[in-house]
Design a protein around this ligand. Structure first.
Ligand code: OAD
Length: 237
């Protein structure tokens, strides 16, 4: 495909890009949704019913993410971000911080981030490194017992949708990496991108649920396929 040198790229990432860093995906065999029920740990109702269970789930994921290291796929996208002169937006569904630790800057977390807590008393979003189950005081207002993980639960609106749809409205190349295409609205981005006339590429271990909507698919480990694809894009420029 011909991509103008100042073309606009949107990249959607999911749990598969962090799998080679040792973090569990959701829907692969033995993944997070085989270990836990969504309705027990990832809804506002679950938090109201049993906050300890929910806080434990995200505390242990925060610890896991802190111990993990960005892999070759995160590093390649960070290089693309640094070197691509056109528009670029990495939209991650992941709540780990491996993209930013690899150096990516043109990045947004549509499902929130484990590195932040949200104070339901004063509405502040605050950086957090400690366990929320210990009910730390909010660094902004001092209230105790009001911090929740700043992640998007089922039934809540993902973040930055206006910015994402604005980017999809002018995108030339849309790439989906390491996501099963099971969760909307992210699973619908490829259709938006197609409507904008973008070339759509899927990079995933196996065909995603929406694989037929893409123009092209490359199946394999993100740690191998993504660096090779980034080399191609930067060589073309
Ligand atoms: P999934 O677990 O649904 O899908 C991960 C995808 O990554 C699968 O299609 C795997 O085949 C693929 N995969 C696994 N290892 C890979 C590797 N090394 N290289 C490339 N691909 C690999 O995770 P997501 O699609 O990210 O939302 O899930 C989307 C959302 O569902 C999550 O953000 C989360 C979850 O419920 C919320 O919690 C709101």
């Amino acid at each position: 495909m011909a991509l103008p040198q100042d073309g606009n790229i949107v990249i959607l990432t999911g749990a598969g890009i962090s799998a080679e860093s040792g973090l569990d995906t959701f829907r692969d065999a033995g993944g997070l949704w085989a270990q836990h029920r969504v309705e027990d740990v990832a809804t506002p109702e679950a938090f109201a019913r049993n906050a300890d269970l929910v806080l434990n789930f995200y505390d242990s994921r925060r610890e896991g993410a802190a111990a993990a290291r960005p892999n070759a796929a995160h590093a390649a996208l960070a290089r693309l971000d640094r070197e691509w002169r056109g528009g670029l937006l990495i939209v991650t569904q992941n709540v780990d911080d491996l993209h930013e630790r690899a150096g990516a800057e043109r990045l947004l977390h549509m499902h929130g981030s484990l590195a932040l807590a949200w104070c339901t008393a004063c509405d502040a979003r605050v950086p957090i490194a400690q366990d929320l189950i210990d009910r730390p005081a909010c660094p902004a207002c001092g209230a105790s017992g009001h911090l929740r993980p700043d992640v998007v639960w089922f039934g809540e609106m993902p973040y930055e949708m206006d910015r994402i749809y604005a980017a999809l409205g002018i995108v030339d190349l849309f790439v989906s990496i390491g996501t099963s295409g099971a969760v909307y609205p992210a699973a619908g981005f490829v259709q938006e991108a197609r409507t904008s006339g973008a070339h759509c590429l899927e990079i995933n271990l196996e065909p995603s649920q929406g694989t037929h909507v893409f123009h092209e698919a490359r199946h394999g480990q993100a740690g191998q396929v993504v660096p090779a694809w980034v080399d191609e894009v930067l060589d073309m420029a």
